[in-house]
Design a protein around this ligand. Structure first.
Ligand code: FDA
Length: 463
């Protein structure tokens, strides 16, 4: 824009926030907690102003998979606060205490709460920071206020999710993109009344009408696939459930103690500083801690079911291993699957009431929201985002506002734990520190605060 031209984007509203967080899943909820605790203990002039946007109407964590009895795959001690501050009022233990269930939980002698209970804990946390969150608002773009010159603030454009409504603009010196994963649907397929992604399992199964075929199929061999097969077999006792996958059998998740260290906060430092080829080896070696694997206990349970049905001569849970999905066709009241046995090449047709695609998730790329700003993000030789240890995207010098990412977009730089819960509490503290440093650097009056932050929080202040 040349000098003197009118900038139609100029904003005369209130001063920009320190942060707009995009998406309010566990990752940005953990950050909201870290900020809340910082503001409560050391707030005053150093309080951070933060707003979060979430497209769901209320807090919800993978609600379509909150299956009765399904347990967490991470210790309750890796909640949203304990690993950073065991004395926090946002710990799972504090939640249990307030619910009057602390002793009962201890008597279970388990580190792994049910997902339903952990979801309730997350909602309990979310309720305590609710005034910071704009629910039902989807972010569709992040842009610079000006098309030229330094970018010191960002504009986050939101509109009501799934409903007509006015766009609003939030302004901030920093954004943290925590939009999570999106369902992976095999090429050529789309979801519909009888073709579901596992993400929607409970919603779809609960509203299923006629079931003329008395059969379901579940495609996939990971944790969600095994859980979906077990759920459908349990909930629909008159139905056959076909588990379709190309492996020979379900493989167990490696949750042994040495391998589990890959989820420690220190492992993020190790991973971040490792050479590229070592990073790739670590991802490959330890993929079986998380990807395409199933809890050993659930594997045992499914095997017992298959065997007992064989003994009884009524096989309702069918494991179609080394089998690939060839085609999916809509029927009037259901769906027809054609599957191919990989060893014999024989095909089989399965008319089903519904097929569940437990085919996993794919990362969402923050550049999709960034429009022209995406061109200002620096990438490595493989087109991947360059991300600082503090989770900030490296950008051209023009962009002085901070764009931070949480989640799988940082798996190549920060390791396997990026999309998981394990290090959220510690990462949230790191992000909070980065925002405080940014604030101190923006405010020339804040030199004292800048030194205090470094001394208090044991973090490096750039010269
Ligand atoms: P998450 O996907 O949870 O949240 C992102 C949020 O952003 C969503 O609420 C979404 O609506 C919102 N959003 C997206 N785009 C938006 C936009 N444009 N505007 C506004 N809002 C937007 N991990 C683990 O460590 N232990 C476990 O036990 C499990 N269990 C588990 C079970 C199941 C069924 C699944 C599918 C996954 C897990 N996981 C897990 C992994 C899971 O990724 C992790 O638990 C968290 O969901 C990661 O939190 P995030 O906040 O990063 O993403």
């Amino acid at each position: 824009m040349s000098a003197g031209q009118t900038d139609t984007r100029r904003h005369d509203g209130p001063p920009a926030d320190d942060l707009v967080g995009i998406g309010f899943g566990p990752a940005n909820l953990a950050l909201a907690i870290a900020i809340e605790e910082h503001n409560a203990h050391r707030g005053g002039a150093r309080a951070l102003r933060a707003t979060f946007t979430e497209r769901q109407g209320d807090f919800g964590w993978h609600q379509g998979m909150l299956l009765a009895g399904a347990t967490m795959q991470v210790s309750f001690l890796k909640d949203l606060a304990t690993m950073r501050d065991p004395g926090s009022r946002f710990t799972f233990l504090r939640y249990l205490h307030e619910q009057g269930r602390l002793a009962d939980f201890i008597n279970q002698k388990s580190f792994f709460p049910t997902r339903i209970e952990f979801h309730d804990y997350l909602r309990w946390c979310a309720a305590m920071v609710a005034e910071r969150v704009r629910y039902g608002q989807e972010v569709h773009a992040i842009r610079a206020p000006e098309t030229e010159g330094p970018v010191d603030t960002l504009e986050v454009l939101t509109r009501p999710a799934g409903a007509p409504g006015d766009e609003s603009i939030l302004r901030a010196h920093n954004v943290v993109v925590g939009t999570g994963l999106r369902p992976r649907i095999p090429e050529g397929l789309s979801t519909g009344p009888h073709v579901w992604h596992s993400r929607d399992l409970l919603f779809r199964a609960g509203s299923l009408g006629d079931r003329p075929h008395r059969r379901f199929a579940v495609v996939g061999s990971g944790q969600s696939a095994a859980e979906a097969a077990e759920f459908l077999h349990r909930e629909f006792p008159d139905a056959e459930v076909c588990a379709v996958f190309t492996r020979y059998g379900y493989s167990p998740a490696d949750d042994s103690p040495f391998a589990n260290r890959i989820f420690d906060p220190a492992a993020v430092d190790d991973f971040y500083s490792a050479p590229d080829e070592v990073k790739q080896s670590l991802l490959d070696y330890h993929a079986n801690t998380n990807y395409s694997v199933v809890d050993a206990e659930l594997i045992e349970q499914l095997y017992r079911t298959v065997y007992q049905e064989k003994v009884a001569g009524a096989e309702r849970l069918r494991i179609l291993n080394t089998t690939a999905l060839e085609a999916v066709e809509d029927l009037d009241h259901g769906v027809r699957l054609v599957v191919r046995r990989l060893i014999t090449s024989q095909t089989e047709t399965l008319d089903c009431d519904a097929v569940v695609l437990a085919t996993g998730y794919q990362p969402s790329d923050p550049r999709e929201l960034l429009g022209p700003l995406a061109d200002e993000c620096l990438t490595d030789g493989r087109g991947r985002l360059r991300i600082g240890r503090d989770h900030r995207l490296a950008t051209s010098p023009r962009v002085r506002a901070g764009i931070y990412v949480q989640g799988s977009a940082a798996q190549h730089s920060h390791g396997i734990t990026s999309s998981l819960l394990s290090t959220l509490a510690v990462r949230a503290g790191e992000l909070c520190d980065a925002l405080l440093l940014d604030r101190a650097e923006r405010d020339p009056e804040d030199g004292t605060a800048r030194r205090e932050i470094a001394a208090d929080d044991d973090i490096a202040v750039p010269a």
